[in-house]
Write a protein that binds this ligand. Structure first.
Ligand code: DNO
Length: 350
């Protein structure tokens, strides 16, 4: 596996120097952040990220994300033009060494939580989604903002989008995803890039919006649309794992054996009685997922893709971007390194 770490660019308080000091760290996961969805990334900006990573002994070979414009997901009139811009961004990233591009096909909102700083008894804080808080939120009425969401939309635009997705429905969204893949994947194949779709987080409808990258049946359907390693998954254990019905270990085993996982996001979640969930430390014993079994499934399959420790808690007084501080993600990386070393040695020794 290739160990990687997300970096939000020059303004990220977690510097490349710190990232490079994490044992076995290899790749940087980043993006051009000052461009809106639907615009072309400048070669200079991509080259600048690559050069900065290189100067710290790291490789910029994973992009997260090239965002998919809402008009592509909605199949609106300028969709072909927007898909062409998307393809151009893939070509440009590939020319600067990128081998994996992460994206999602979630309507309007990326990941959704109801609180970003829930305090645990030990004083650490983390992101949570509690149903009783969720029921009080209505994006049609309230002006809600979360760091994972595109903040460039005004509230009335959000309202309009929600209405349009309601009319489109799940099958309409599948159709638009298919149109996107049939144009984008051949370009990715040509330039040696693996596209990695991120599951919907959480993997069930929220605010009445259709969500389709949610469970095994839908992942099968997604992969069958274009049968190529360039059309792969970013298998986020925490996103899929917050629905009790998803057997994450079995999913990792199946898709790793098919060589359809390009990127792993590894983190743990604790599912509560009512289906609410809390993000926890990465260790199996801290949440509902068996992270050892997940890593074992990967090593059994000879997985050689990218892995990053996903969301950490805020610990040791760190202040920063929720989910993306240094300390707990670095502990996650150390844990992941340990699991891989143990599983790989056990496999070798039979
Ligand atoms: C959350 C992330 C997601 C992910 C996008 C991929 O922290 O895992 O925001 O980057 O969904 O497009």
């Amino acid at each position: 596996m290739k160990l990687s770490f997300r970096w939000y660019g020059d303004t990220d308080p977690v510097t490349l120097e710190y990232i490079s000091q994490i044992p076995a760290m290899r790749s940087v996961v980043s993006a051009v952040y000052d461009v809106k969805p639907g615009e072309v990334w400048s070669n200079e900006s991509i080259a600048d990220i690559a050069a900065k990573c290189k100067s710290h002994g790291l490789v910029f070979d994973v992009v997260e994300s090239i965002p998919v414009h809402e008009d592509i997901k909605l199949g609106r009139n300028n969709v072909d033009e927007l898909i062409e811009v998307y393809c151009e961004n893939i070509r440009r990233c590939a020319a600067h060494g990128v081998r994996c591009v992460t994206y999602n096909f979630m309507p309007v909102f990326d990941w959704t939580r109801t609180q970003l700083d829930k305090k645990a008894p030990d004083g650490s804080t983390s992101l949570v989604m509690y149903w009783d808080q969720m029921r009080g939120l209505d994006p049609l009425k309230d002006d809600i903002h979360l760091p994972g969401w595109d903040s460039s939309y005004t509230q009335s635009e959000v309202r309009e989008l929600i209405g349009a997705y309601g009319e489109l429905g799940e099958e309409g969204l599948w159709k638009n995803l298919e149109r996107f893949l049939k144009k984008v994947i051949p370009v990715a194949e040509e330039c040696g890039v693996r596209m990695a779709i991120h599951p919907d987080d959480p993997p069930y409808p929220i605010f009445g919006l259709p969500r389709i990258i949610t469970n095994e049946a839908n992942l099968d359907r997604f992969l069958a649309i274009y049968d190529s390693p360039a059309n792969s998954l970013c298998l986020c254990t925490g996103s899929l794992g917050c629905a009790k019905s998803n057997d994450v270990v079995a999913m990792v085993r199946k898709y790793a054996n098919m060589d359809r996982i390009a990127f792993m996001h590894i983190r743990n979640v604790k599912i509560m009685e009512d289906g609410s969930f809390e993000e926890r430390a990465h260790l199996s014993s801290c949440g509902s997922l068996d992270v050892y079994e997940i890593v074992k499934a990967l090593t059994d399959a000879g997985f050689d893709g990218y892995v990053r420790p996903d969301h950490g808690r805020m610990i040791w007084g760190e202040v920063g971007k929720p989910g993306y501080g240094l300390y707990d993600r670095a502990l996650g990386a150390a844990y992941i390194n340990g699991l891989f070393e143990a599983c790989e040695k056990a496999k070798k020794n039979g």
